[in-house]
Ligand binder design. Structure first.
Ligand SMILES: [Zn+2]
Length: 451
């Protein structure tokens, strides 16, 4: 793109492509995308600039006045920008950690020992994660802002707020045993002075059932309702979590004892043989005005599945992270298709870069690669995967469906968060081809806001 016209009049970009598709199931092939920027054109495609767009057949586009700039992407499929519903951008500086594969307690120790704790270092790590997300075609994130000083950490929120990405910065907190009440008090105090929702809004992340007691979860729910904040939690992730909740034994018990956090109240609240999902029943059954994201759900009995389905929550599945921890060896295949069949939205997440293969820029934090992983392993239907990588991540992050709507069947304007192009094989089904190939996406435009 160029800056030939910096006036405040609308500025038009035309992109000719092999096809365009969106998660509502609309397909136009071949397709011409007309992008109208509200103000001046962006200096680069990943500079945020509000825009409206319209997908037409080339025949109809040819009848319109010429655009100021034109791109040839006739070997590509156009898609809305993708949504990564669960990631930890503040861990990006650590890079992949193959040495902890299959060992969840060792992984937690590695994170505790090596994560950035200085705000400038945290901001640098989040900025690297933002760069990798944009290179992978991700337009919105559900990012976990790790707690490093015993209180909610706002550095990732402020760093994301000055980026092109939309979504939620979930403030992680730990509140268990001897520290449960003090941590809940700190959370209450932090929620008194939250910044207003803009492109990035604030959410709460009770970390996991082995690090937050039930009272901490219920306090989170109350604050979420009062301040209209989405909540996310890691749930039913590992055999160590299963053992701790069911029997109060194992590595999580040892860690809590070593930190002086174990007490009788905690002991009485667990160890009754329940699953992690059943343990959180009071939290899950509590009617909530704001979204709730249940991340991982690797351990899921039929009863657990029914409990999740009636809770109105969104499930977030991080396929390569579950594979990294060998969750299938303990719990069997992930039940994301059973969740979908029960009407539960299942969004996709990458989790942190530690759980991912060592890959190049456009693949490091890639939702498209999570979709490709499931397509190769399970032959999951391409349109289902596109919905998991876009639509199912909208409501849980406070975004409308129009944030991933690219094509209006009546030819009206759309305002997606962003538009990406991905190379395809000529003659193949476009979406299937994207899932079978390996190229990373390219942003054509980004910048609409729904706050
Ligand atoms: Zn996580």
């Amino acid at each position: 793109m160029n800056d030939q016209n910096t006036s405040t009049r609308p500025w038009h970009l035309r992109v000719d492509a092999a096809a365009a598709v969106d998660p509502a199931g609309h397909i136009v092939a071949p397709a011409t995308l007309l992008v109208r920027f509200d103000h001046a054109p962006p200096a680069s495609p990943i500079d945020p600039a509000p825009f409206a767009c319209r997908v037409l057949s080339p025949h109809h586009a040819d009848a319109l006045p010429p655009a100021a700039a034109r791109l040839d992407r006739r070997g590509h499929l156009l898609l809305p920008g993708l949504i990564n519903a669960h990631t930890h951008l503040d861990l990006t500086h650590l890079g992949p950690a193959p040495q902890a594969r299959g060992d969840f307690p060792a992984f937690l120790n590695l994170v505790r020992a090596s994560r950035a704790t200085d705000p400038a270092d945290i901001a640098r790590s989040v900025r690297l994660g933002i760069r990798l997300s944009l290179a992978a075609g991700v337009a919105a994130v559900g990012d976990i802002a790790g707690s490093v000083r015993g209180s909610p950490e706002l550095t990732p929120l402020h760093t994301l707020a000055s980026s092109p990405l939309a979504g939620v910065s979930f403030l992680e907190f730990f509140a268990i045993g001897t520290r449960e009440q003090a941590a809940v008090d700190a959370l209450h105090a932090a929620c008194q002075s939250l910044p207003p929702a803009r492109r990035i809004r604030v959410g709460l992340q009770p970390h996991a059932p082995y690090s937050v007691g039930l009272a901490g979860y219920l306090a989170s729910a109350e604050l979420a309702d009062r301040h209209n904040l989405p909540q996310a939690t890691h749930l039913a992730e590992s055999p160590a979590e299963q053992e701790f909740i069911a029997h109060a034994t194992g590595p999580h018990r040892h860690l809590l004892e070593s930190l002086g956090l174990w007490n009788d109240t905690l002991a009485r609240s667990i160890a009754s043989g329940r699953s992690p999902v059943q343990h959180l029943r009071a939290w899950l059954d509590r009617p909530s005005r704001s979204p709730r994201l249940l991340v991982h759900l690797n351990q899921l009995s039929d009863d657990d599945l029914a409990q999740v389905a009636t809770s109105g929550s969104t499930a977030v599945y991080c396929p390569r992270s579950s594979d990294y921890f060998l969750a299938h060896e303990s719990f069997g295949p992930h039940r994301y298709r059973d969740l979908l069949a029960r009407g539960v939205p299942v969004a996709l997440g990458t989790d942190s870069i530690l759980n991912l293969p060592d890959q190049a820029l456009g693949h490091a934090l890639s939702i498209l690669d999570e979709m490709r992983f499931l397509h190769a392993r399970d032959r999951t239907d391409p349109m289902t995967l596109l919905r998991m990588g876009t639509l199912h991540g909208t409501a849980c992050l406070g975004l409308p469906e129009s944030a991933v709507r690219l094509i209006d069947p009546k030819g009206a304007d759309s305002r997606p968060l962003g538009v990406i192009a991905v190379r395809i094989t000529p003659g193949d089904d476009p979406l299937q081809s994207v899932l079978q190939r390996t190229e990373s996406p390219e942003f054509l435009c980004i910048g609409n806001s729904y706050a």
